[in-house]
Design a protein around this ligand. Structure first.
Ligand code: PLP
Ligand code: COI
Length: 366
C-alpha cells in the first residue's frame, strides 16, 4: 500500500508537564542498561486511507489508548526499527544511517501489508524526538540514545485483512550494553526451533518474528546462554542468525563469511556496514551458506579463528562458546578476537564521529 508523497507535516508539540527530575534522569543516564527506561517524549503519527499521514505529534511519553478490537492485538500487524543517536565529542548529535532504517521499515511494511511512510517523514520523526529529549544521552562509556520507531494496525476490526488505519510512533531509551553478563564474549545456544521459513516474514522486522523466538530464547537463557541461534527451516543445517543479531565468521586465511540474505534473515544495517568496512581493510568477504557441522569442525581444526554477532543494540559482540544437544565448542580462545575488536573499533569510531565517514553514514542533527 504505497502512500503518495506527503507534503511536509507540521509536528504539534505537547511538552511533558512533569518531565523526569534532573537527579532521577542523571541516575538513569549513569546506569542505563538496555530498554528499561524511556525519555520524556514520544512521537505519534496516524495514517488513514482518506487522509494519509496526518496528526503528527510530539507528546509526553505515556500509555496510549487502544480499542480492544485493534487489529494489532489480534493478528500482530506490527513492525519496528532500532537505531541509535550518538553524542559527539564536540557536543553535537548524530544518527547512524537513519535512511537505511527508513527503507527497511518500508520493506517490512510492504511484507506486512501496511501503509508505507515517506522516508523523510520517518527520519524527521526520529530527529524531532532526539532533539526534544537531547538531555537523555547516557553519560557512560559506550552509551547512546536507542530509538525505537514502530507502527501498528489501529483499526478496530476482527476480519482478517490488511487494516485501514495505522499509527506510527517513536520512543527513545538511553542505552548502555545490551548484554548484562559483562563477559567479554557471549555464549550461544543452537535452537531446535526455527525462526523463519522461505516465503515467510524472516526478512521483515515484525514483532511476530520475535514472539516466535521467545520460547527458544527462554530455553537458551535457562541453559545458561546469552543468545539463541537459528538454523534454516528446510534442512536444519545452515546457520541463519541469532534472535536479534547477524553473525560473521573469520578464518585463518584472513577471509570472513556471513550468511547470505536469503529472505529468511534480517538484512542488518550493521551487517552491511561491516561488510563495507572489512572490504576496505582488504579482507575477502563471502556472503555464503555455512553449516553448523562445518563451523564445529573449523573451530576444532583452528581454521575458524573468530565469530562475532552484530546489530544496532549489540554493536559487535564476540561469540565465545556454542552449544547444542551434541555438546559444546569454543571459538578461538573463547574471548574477543583481534579482528572482531578491530572492526568494532572502526565502526564505533565512525558512529561517534571520531573517524572519517567516507560513506556518508553519519547524519549530524545538532
Ligand atoms: N537480526 C535480527 C533478528 C535483529 O533483530 C537485528 C537487530 O535489529 C539484526 C539482525 C541486526 O540488524 P541491524 O544491524 O540493522 O540492527
Ligand atoms: C536492534 O539491535 O535494534 C534490535 O532490534 C535487536 C533487539 C533488541 C530486538
Amino acid at each position: 500500500m504505497a502512500t503518495t508523497a506527503a507534503p511536509a507535516l507540521t509536528f504539534t508539540r505537547v511538552p511533558h508537564p512533569a518531565p523526569a527530575a534532573a537527579e532521577v534522569r542523571a541516575q538513569v543516564l549513569a546506569n542505563p542498561g538496555f530498554g528499561t527506561k524511556f525519555s520524556d517524549h514520544m512521537v505519534s503519527i496516524d495514517w488513514t486511507e482518506a487522509e494519509g499521514w496526518h496528526n503528527a505529534q510530539i507528546l509526553p511519553y505515556g500509555p496510549i489508548a487502544l480499542d480492544p478490537a485493534a487489529a494489532v492485538l489480534h493478528y500482530a500487524q506490527e513492525i519496528f526499527e532500532g537505531l541509535k543517536a550518538y553524542r559527539l565529542a564536540d557536543g553535537g548529535i548524530a544518527l547512524f544511517r537513519p535512511e537505511a532504517n527508513a527503507a527497511r521499515f518500508n520493506a517490512s511494511a510492504r511484507r506486512l501489508a501496511m501503509a508505507e511512510i515517506p522516508e523523510a517523514l520517518f527520519v524527521e520523526a526520529v530527529e524531532q524526538l532526539v532533539l526534544a529529549d537531547r538531555d537523555w544521552f547516557p553519560t557512560v562509556e559506550g552509551g547512546s540514545l536507542y530509538l525505537r520507531p514502530f507502527m501498528f494496525a489501529s483499526e478496530a476490526f476482527l476480519g482478517v485483512r490488511p487494516a485501514k488505519t495505522y499509527r506510527f510512533m517513536v520512543i527513545a531509551s538511553p542505552a548502555g550494553n545490551y548484554f548484562k553478563s559483562g563477559s567479554p564474549a557471549v555464549s550461544i545456544w543452537v535452537s531446535d526451533y526455527t525462526r523463519a521459513a522461505p516465503g515467510g516474514t524472516g526478512a521483515a522486522k515484525c514483532g511476530g518474528n520475535y514472539a516466535a523466538s521467545l520460547v527458544p530464547t527462554a530455553e537458551a537463557f535457562a541453559r545458561g546462554h546469552d543468545q539463541v541461534l537459528f538454523l534454516d527451516a528446510a534442512e536444519h543445517k545452515w546457520i541463519e542468525e541469532l534472535g536479534g543479531m547477524n553473525l560473521f565468521f573469520a578464518f585463518d586465511d584472513g577471509s570472513i563469511l556471513t550468511p547470505p540474505l536469503s529472505g529468511t534473515i534480517l538484512p542488518g544495517i550493521t551487517r552491511e556496514s561491516l561488510i563495507a568496512l572489512a572490504r576496505e581493510e582488504g579482507l575477502t568477504v563471502r556472503e555464503e551458506r555455512y553449516s553448523l557441522d562445518q563451523w564445529r569442525a573449523d573451530a576444532a581444526s583452528g581454521k575458524l579463528v573468530e565469530t562475532f554477532a552484530c546489530g544496532t543494540a549489540a554493536v559487535v559482540t564476540p561469540v565465545g562458546k556454542v552449544a547444542d544437544h551434541n555438546g559444546e565448542f569454543v571459538i578461538g580462545s573463547g574471548g574477543p578476537g583481534q579482528l572482531t575488536q578491530k572492526l568494532r573499533q572502526r565502526l564505533v569510531a565512525i558512529q561517534r564521529g571520531e573517524a572519517a565517514d567516507s560513506h556518508g553514514w553519519v547524519k549530524q542533527i545538532a
